[in-house]
Design a binder for this molecule. Structure first.
Ligand code: TYD
Ligand code: MG
Length: 455
């Protein structure tokens, strides 16, 4: 195979024909490195997977569209986030902070596939085979079809991949593997892109599905999963607070499913346990009868989840008050404050305001507006939202409450968890199912909300 040399900037990834001390793309000094490219590559990258139809112009009806059966990992929460299981020849990036549980998650998925008779390959560039064995024992995983390769060199990995044909491959992690063709340290932008690019090409040519694990990095020395998002089919982030047992697996991009799906897990002694009823855990430590807390119903991907929104309004303080948002949208908070000030003639400008979606959830959909307003009013007035009440709805600039989508699913989830009173937009309330013991309160504006909750 013939090979040529190009030069690539380690900072911005720009390709240059000759070496330069300063990258003309980003202006950084000493970031340009040499990279070997084989001229044979690139011609038949995805040709095989499309039955040789690449490059031909075809009428849409002539293209085969038969969807292949998906490979279930057996971990329900992961399968749902993937859009119903793994698609062959797809590449899934799993990002997350170091220590959050990425290796545990992918290893459990492989273990479950191996137990179902699939051949799987776990490539580790970070841990020794002994460490992997210890983890597998802790997770009670094994089986003859669970193969392990400890290797840091990309070319050797590709060579080994050519010798076997596993159903699923995991590379843990993209930052620990490097290519000889790039003269840059492992984990640099150029290296992680080269590794992900090569593995993506291999996957598209073969028949396996491939997980690439990447650590989210705070400093600029290691390149994080962000620089790879455009190259892969699916991007999942594993999030959570290491001090707490709950973890959320979130799809942010998915060519084969919804990108707003989340999966919820609990990190236990023997690995990750699926949380089948997330609403229950997100509400489990809710202070009942305390001012500043409101429960709302979110829709995350394919299912409704109940969440607690907490507000703390303190002050007044000299000058403009501080606003802090956790898991909620700061723009929508600003809007809610403005609407409350204007429509209810309350003065919040010089109060410090904190807003939190409890449990590490991201409550950013418009349906959360009404719960944000309820929590703010509750804290400001120092009066609790009546127990057993759920609030959802979008609030407009004129203080009007607007209908939201999938109200019935939200209501059913609230009823399932024992909530008896639902404060919702009028049009949603009118169409709600009539259930015994359930009181629907339709509100048309923010004034109605205050009346429904605190009078
Ligand atoms: P790990 O999967 O190694 O994280 P990552 O690959 O994202 O860096 O998980 C690391 C943490 O998970 C570690 O602090 C120990 C904890 N853990 C458990 O609590 N229970 C378990 O069964 C396992 C395997 C790990
Ligand atoms: Mg790991």
């Amino acid at each position: 195979m013939k090979s040529d040399t190009v030069f690539v900037c380690n900072e911005c990834g720009r390709q240059l024909l000759k070496w330069m001390g300063r990258c003309p793309g980003c202006g950084e000094w000493n970031t340009v490195v040499e990279k070997q490219v084989s001229t044979a590559r690139g011609a038949s990258v995805s040709g095989k997977s499309d039955g040789g139809q690449v490059g031909a112009i075809l009428p849409l009806p002539q293209i085969r569209g038969d969807e292949q059966p998906r490979l279930k990992t057996g971990i329900g929460e992961l399968d749902r986030v993937l859009g119903g299981g793994l698609v062959r020849r797809s590449v899934i990036l799993v990002g997350g902070d170091p220590g959050i549980g990425k290796s545990t998650l992918v290893m459990q998925a492989l273990g479950s596939l191996a137990a179902a008779g699939e051949t799987v390959l776990y490539i580790s560039g970070e841990e020794s085979s002994e460490q992997l064995k210890l983890r597998a024992e802790r997770l009670s995983l094994g089986g003859d079809t669970f193969l392990v390769l400890v290797e840091n060199n990309l070319e050797l990995i590709v060579e080994k991949l050519g010798q076997i044909d596993p159903s699923v491959v995991v590379l843990d992690s993209v930052q620990s593997v490097s290519s000889r063709s790039v003269q840059s340290h492992p984990g640099s932008v150029v290296q992680v892109r080269e590794v992900a690019d090569t593995l993506t090409n291999c996957t598209k040519r073969g028949s396996s599905a491939c997980f690439i694990v990447g650590h989210v990095t705070k400093d600029g020395i290691l390149a994080g999963p962000k620089v790879l998002e455009h190259m892969v089919d699916t991007v999942l982030y594993f999030e959570g607070d290491r001090g707490h047992p709950y973890r959320i697996l979130r799809a942010v991009k998915n060519r084969f499913g919804s990108s707003s799906e989340i999966g919820v897990f609990e990190m236990a002694d023997r690995g990750l346990v699926e949380v089948a009823n997330p609403s229950e855990i997100f509400l489990s430590e809710r202070p009942v009868g305390a001012p500043g807390s409101a429960v709302t119903a979110l829709v995350e991907g394919s299912r409704p989840i109940l969440a607690e929104i907490q507000a703390l309004v303190t002050g007044p303080v000299p000058g403009q008050g501080r606003r802090t948002c956790l898991g909620t949208d700061s723009q929508r908070l600003a809007l809610m404050i403005a609407v409350i000030e204007k429509k209810l003639s309350l003065h919040l400008g010089d109060h410090d305001i904190f807003l939190n979606a409890v449990g590490g959830l991201r409550a950013t959909e418009p349906a959360v507006d009404l719960a944000m307003a309820a929590a703010l009013l509750s804290s400001y007035l120092d009066r609790a939202v009546p127990t057993g009440t759920i609030v959802f709805g979008e609030v407009g600039l004129a203080g009007e409450v607007r209908r939201v989508s999938r109200a019935e699913e939200r209501i059913n989830e609230a009823v399932r968890l024992g909530f008896k009173r639902i404060v919702a937009p009028c049009s949603n309330a009118e169409q709600a199912p009539r259930l015994p013991e359930l009181t629907m309160v339709g509100v048309a504006g923010i004034k109605d909300l205050a009346a429904a909750l605190f009078q």
